[in-house]
Structure formats: structure tokens, C-alpha cells
Write a new protein. Structure first.
Length: 76
């Protein structure tokens, strides 16, 4: 168990977060899942995937650890 998100992701050289970001404007562009998955496959280091809660998503502080953001479409 880790004491913080920073500790949990310390060995990752690429951290990708998932978010809907419906009520705020994130600093990073939000890519489609397909684009993010392709980038993660090409990355030569350790990749971390960061999922927020279904109700609230990722906080701004959690998103600050991410190198990229993805949106996973769940409905048309």
C-alpha cells in the first residue's frame, strides 16, 4: 500500500488519467481512448493508468500527476 499518489506512480514514466472533465477545463487536452492506448503501447517505459471515481472523476491535484488524459466513451 502507498501513502500517496506520488509514491504509487514514482516508477512510471508515463501516467495517463481517465476523466470526463464535464464541469472543469483541464490543463491537458483530453484524447480519445484509441489515441491514448496507441501512445501507451509505443511508450518504452512503465505506464500508469489513473482512474478517478465514477461519481467525481479525478481531482485537479490527481490530474496534475498525469502526462495525458483520456476519455473512455460509455454511451453514444
Amino acid at each position: 500500500m502507498f501513502g500517496s499518489l506520488a509514491e504509487a506512480t514514482a516508477d512510471c514514466t508515463l501516467i495517463v488519467g481517465t476523466t470526463a472533465a464535464q464541469h472543469r477545463v483541464p490543463r491537458l487536452p483530453i484524447e480519445r481512448l484509441e489515441a491514448g492506448a496507441d501512445a501507451a503501447r509505443r511508450h518504452e517505459g512503465r505506464v500508469g493508468l489513473l482512474f478517478g471515481s465514477e461519481k467525481f472523476g479525478l481531482s485537479n491535484e490527481e490530474m496534475s500527476h498525469c502526462h495525458g488524459l483520456l476519455r473512455i466513451a460509455t454511451s453514444p
